[in-house]
Design a protein around this ligand. Structure first.
Ligand code: NAP
Ligand code: MG
Length: 402
């Protein structure tokens, strides 16, 4: 069989530890035998980030803007211990944060559903995708403790020096106070990215805030979403047969729990933090959670939602066998290849991505899985395999499907 040809390179961001090991295995076993893989390679492994003074991270994000599609391996976000372990020049910032800032992107997280691994909420039959606004609110707050007898006010100084003052509270006893902000521009980017992604994946979009209580702040989010929807997306949604739906956050929680899934749930920053962990846990395993960063101008960066699986890596480095789940990393590759195929009109590449996903899911559904899935699977004849053996089993099924 001739190898599938590509037109535009994928931006390939290599990473760290166990996921770096898996990265190479996936390429060698499942991709390069079938695709004439064209990538522009950036090594975001911590050693190279340090050697390039983190320039490589910035370069990889710029390349993603240029080409439109990237696939990223999990990377270490250094802390004090990592600075020592890797003898780093600096405690480099989170690569994901750097890339997200350059692309102005929103992260969409969705679980891979596999028969035999039933969500803790069995009514959920389809994936629920969480989109979390990644700017402002409580994450950029200013807060103080307040002594008894104090008066707290909100003071806005306009460019011409005019002051507007709002009383927050006249404190009788001691207490606390907090200031938060957000930006119309950031909310609008978030809204556009969500509408685009909903069209892209043909799923309904839900958005919820607490605008009945927060009549200016949360209401602003609601209004910006509605204005952009009415102006630019209403007709396109109708054509695609999908819906945009706004409700209150507490109503949304009740509806999500009773739903069968199959939609995107856009959340404000804090709601997204909490709800993405709730949804991920309810669906099962971190090893089955995919993630894609989408920019408002339609640039895509695919990755796994989990980290570099350090504990497994230390075992692997000592020559011990590991049973690390490669599904989310594999789906990062298939997501990126499919998107590249769509943009470059390469139906063979899209078809290959689909077959590879099918082979991977089929492997687990036939009872062959990594250790993390064993306690979650309701299958009777299940078998735990190591990291490499799982990919070999996928390759066997892929051969049959092709
Ligand atoms: P982690 O790598 O996600 O792993 C946490 C634990 O979850 C693992 O020890 C393992 O549990 C389980 N797990 C996660 N992914 C798995 C998989 N694919 N297969 C099997 N089990 C899996 O998170 P972490 O240990 O907190 O962080 C490790 C490093 O990753 C850190 O340096 C952090 O900075 C980085 N990180 C990177 C990203 C990213 O690049 N997007 C995201 C998060 C964290 P058991 O040990 O019980 O088997
Ligand atoms: Mg969290």
């Amino acid at each position: 069989m001739d190898k599938i040809q590509m037109k535009t390179p994928l931006v390939e961001m290599d990473g760290d530890e166990m996921t770096r090991v898996i990265w190479k295995m996936i390429k060698d076993t499942l991709l390069t035998p079938y695709i004439d893989l064209k990538t522009e390679y950036y090594d975001l492994g911590l050693e190279n980030r340090d050697a390039t003074r983190d320039q490589v991270t910035v370069d990889s994000a710029e390349a993603t803007k240029k080409y439109g599609v990237a696939v990223k391996c999990a990377t270490i976000t250094p802390n004090a211990a990592r600075v020592k372990e890797y003898n780093l020049h600096e405690m480099w910032k989170s690569p994901n944060g750097t890339i997200r800032a350059i692309l102005d992107g929103t992260v969409f997280r969705a679980p891979i559903l596999v028969k035999g691994i039933v969500p803790f909420l069995p009514a959920w039959k389809k994936p629920i995708t969480i989109a979390r606004h990644a700017y402002g609110d409580v994450y950029k707050n200013t807060e103080c403790t307040v002594p008894a007898g104090s008066r707290a006010e909100l003071v806005i100084t306009a460019p011409d020096g005019t002051e507007t003052r709002e009383l927050i509270h006249q404190f009788q006893g001691p207490g606390v106070v907090q200031g938060q902000h957000n930006l119309d521009g950031s909310i609008a980017s978030f809204a556009r990215t969500c509408f685009r992604y909903a069209l892209d994946t043909r799923q309904d979009l839900w958005f919820a805030t607490k605008d009945t209580i927060s009549k200016k702040y949360d209401h602003r989010f609601k209004d910006i979403f509605q204005e952009i929807f009415d102006q630019d997306y209403k007709d396109k949604f109708q054509e695609a047969g999908i819906e945009y739906f706004y409700t209150l956050i507490d109503d949304a929680v009740a509806r999500v729990v009773r739903s069968e899934g199959g939609f995107i749930w856009a959340c404000k920053n804090y709601d997204g933090d909490v709800m993405s962990d709730m949804v991920a846990t309810a669906f099962g395993s971190l090893g089955l959670m995919t993630s894609v960063l989408v920019s408002p101008d339609g640039v895509y960066e695919y990755e796994a939602a989990h980290g570099t699986v350090t504990r497994h890596y230390y075992k692997w480095r000592n020559g011990e066998t590991t049973s690390t789940n490669s599904m989310a990393t594999l789906f990062a590759w298939t997501g990126a290849l499919r998107k590249r195929g769509e943009l470059d009109q390469l139906p063979d590449l899209c078809r290959f991505a689909g077959k590879l996903e099918q082979a991977a899911v089929q492997t687990i559904e036939e009872g062959v899985m990594t250790g993390d899935l064993i306690p979650l699977s309701s299958l009777e004849n299940k078998r735990k395999v190591d990291t490499e053996a799982f990919l070999t089993e996928v390759a066997k099924r892929l051969e049959a499907l092709l």
